[in-house]
Design a protein around this ligand. Structure first.
Ligand SMILES: Nc1nc2c(ncn2[C@@H]2O[C@H](COP(=O)(O)OP(=O)(O)OP(=O)(O)O)[C@@H](O)[C@H]2O)c(=O)[nH]1
Ligand SMILES: [Mg+2]
Ligand SMILES: [Zn+2]
Length: 344
């Protein structure tokens, strides 16, 4: 008689192994097996990611070992942090230590919006600022089209509201700058966890990149949360014409009106239905100019699956070393601009 295959979810990758949480407990009530992962599975050329649904063979229940034999199709895939089947992104920014920076918050939100996944926003460390400071940020972020939850791990405020928002089935990936308290938040939501956290340091009260890998934890029976390493400045992932759609407040304006020109870049030209009178207009313009100048960090490289771009702290491409791309030159010619220099 043929046995039903043993299946599970990859919750962490460790060197050549992955930890797989089983969909159904093993004979000795095992919840997890340590599995060898072939770096590439079969002809599909797919790599195993955290979040992947897999089936296993070669199971040794006594030793708690097995091998991943097959990957199930993914509903989504984030690149950096590499997580498969993610359903929701939780952007975490702190109200203090480190100070909130509207440009940086916008960067994270744009990278999150570019995935087409649901985006939630949390303001952490509210115990460190006076109430009016929190209220002002809540109002401002609502104007950006978000419904943020202010919370503090120190006082517990806001945790229940967040827990409810994350209770729906699926994988939520936490992302945000280093030191904002992502791991602390997970420890507070799932008390059995004892993830490493570290005090922020230095004049700018930056985080210290304490978390080094991605791992999934169970918040409820079907709701999983992934802690990820913080990074400080995600790239702008898209081509210029798609930037506007990543601003919820701009999407709103575009739904209720139309610009005179179909390929409007919304730079305050007459006939533009978005205008310039909105809080993040300078950020939009700055992002747009950056994309026009560089050809976009992800332009022309669109992947079939969704991705979020997140800069790893140890890999930084200094823009001054980049040569202007041909696309960028062409673009400036079309716009009657002088060719950009590599040092701008
Ligand atoms: N006062 C206060 N401090 C907090 C709060 N949440 C986190 N912290 C502190 O902030 C520091 C950084 O917290 P972590 O949880 O390590 O931050 P992280 O976002 O996981 O950082 P990376 O792993 O580097 O990305 C620690 O000293 C925490 O104790 C909070 O709600 N209030
Ligand atoms: Mg951490
Ligand atoms: Zn327009």
């Amino acid at each position: 008689m043929e046995q039903e295959p043993v299946t599970g979810r990859v919750v962490a990758l460790q060197a050549n192994f992955c930890r797989v949480r089983l969909d159904r407990d093993g004979p000795g009530q095992q919840l997890e097996l340590l599995c060898v992962r072939r770096t590439r599975l079969g002809k599909s050329g797919q790599q195993v990611h955290v979040g992947d649904q897999v089936s296993l063979d070669g199971i040794d229940w006594t030793a708690g070992r097995a091998a991943v034999s097959r990957l199930f199709p993914r509903s989504s895939r984030l690149l950096r942090p590499a997580v498969a089947n993610c359903t929701r992104l939780l952007v975490v920014v702190a109200l203090a230590q480190p100070e909130p920076d509207p440009v940086q918050i916008t960067r994270f939100l744009l990278a999150a919006e570019a995935t087409d996944l649901q985006v939630e926003l949390v303001l952490s460390k509210i115990d460190l600022v006076p109430r009016p400071g929190l209220e002002a940020w809540l109002v401002r972020l609502k104007g950006w089209g978000y419904d943020p939850i202010g919370l503090s791990v120190a006082t517990g405020e806001g945790l229940e509201a967040l827990r409810q928002r994350l209770a729906e089935p699926g994988i939520t990936v936490l992302c945000g700058p280093s030191g904002v308290g992502k791991s602390s938040l997970l420890n507070a939501l799932i008390p059995a966890l004892q993830l490493r956290v570290a005090a922020v340091s230095g004049r700018l009260q930056r985080g210290r990149h304490t978390t080094r890998h991605v791992e999934l934890f169970a918040l409820g029976p079907e709701a999983l949360l992934a802690d990820t390493p913080g990074f400080n400045r995600p790239d702008l992932p898209l081509d210029p014409s798609r930037l506007a759609a990543l601003f919820p407040e701009m999407r709103q304006a575009l739904r209720s009106g139309a610009c005179r020109y179909r390929n409007c870049l919304h730079r305050g030209d007459p006939g533009c239905c978005v205008g310039t009178d909105w809080d993040r207009y300078p950020h939009y313009l700055q992002g747009l100019e950056e994309l026009l100048a560089t050809g976009g960090s992800g332009a022309g490289r669109r992947l079939p699956e969704q991705e979020v771009q997140a800069e790893r702290p140890e890999v930084r491409l200094d823009r001054r070393q980049r040569q202007p791309s041909r696309r960028r030159l062409r673009q400036s010619e079309q716009e009657g601009l002088s060719p950009p220099s590599p040092t701008d």
